[in-house]
Design a protein around this ligand. Sequence first.
Ligand code: 1CP
Length: 352
Amino acid sequence: MKSEAMQANGQNGGSTPKLISVLRGRPHPRPPIWLMRQAGRYLPEYRELRAKAGGFLDLCYRPEWAAEITLQPIRRFGFDAAILFADIMMVPDALGQTVSFEEGVGPRLEAMEPETLLRKLDPSGTGAKFGLIYETVERVKAGLPAETALIGFCGAPWTVATYMIAGHATPDQGPARLAAYRDPESFARLLDLLADVSVDYLSGQIRAGAQAVQIFDSWAGVLPEGEFQRWVTVPAKRMVAGLRALHPEVPVIGFPRGAGVFADGFVTETGVDAIGCDTVMPLAEMQGLGKQAAVQGNLDPLLLVAGGPLLESRTHAIIEALQTVPHIFNLGHGILQTTPIAHVERLVALVR
Ligand code: 1CP
């Protein structure tokens, strides 16, 4: 499957995957499809490997396992893109904050105020852990068909900071919002640090073979106007500029979940190549955004669990509405653990 040329230039031997050409602004009659969180617990082959690993972090830091998990949904469904198997918590973990994963719940971090984090974090010590992730990317790349794009990713500074400050997810991310109101200067310095480390991390993923990158801002939607600008748009702009300077050819997908009416300004100001759209974004809005950037989303993950005629009609509606703009078929948020595999198979068949 791997060719010399593909290894040598990281461009799949000259043939551009459909997903990459859409990210560069070319609409396609049958949109490329991948699903956020496409590797994971809804797959029996994931659960099997997961049971063998000591913990979730062990899985992320074992390149041969992480690469295998990244490839599992590609083998099963033939998606147009693979996304690196890792987590947005790699960055705080590599910076030296204590991170663990609670079974069936999610990340647990040692909660700290921004000022304490700035004193304790060590950006010079990330190399060893990031190196393991880059090795995963190299392994995936070597096992991926030329037509399948490889997407690298990281969390956006705001979303990562919400976990670093509260120690876990809270319904409205109150602890981070409060910290930002109380000490905006320290908060800004923390986000700048996260943005710069994340650019370095994504750049390493790109050098290892990632052909596009996605920045997950899962908690963008809890911020008022001024704060959205300062903590979501400004850091994304800084990251896009940093990445462009290093890798001008590599498309950047922004995913400011819950951006709503701020989505348009986000695209214009950050210069992202594509915007991920959540489940509540109207298709008419996506059509408008699609004049400036590629659009990705926004099927409701619960509708994929339900399946049936509504899944079929909604899938057709999304594809039809976005036919004339560069569009990547995806969910509006990560796939749910209870999703029947047959529904994913049906979705891929419908889109194709
Ligand atoms: O126990 C397990 O097996 C772990 C479940 C799991 C998985 C499969 C977690 C814990 N993370 C992941 C992988 C992961 N996380 C990927 C892999 C690639 C793929 O898409 O296949 C990606 C892209 C992420 C990104 C991620 N992690 C986000 C952003 C996207 C989103 O869903 O909003 C967030 C917020 C996280 C934190 C996280 N990690 C894991 C969980 C359960 C959570 C969310 C918990 C919460 O709501 O706070």
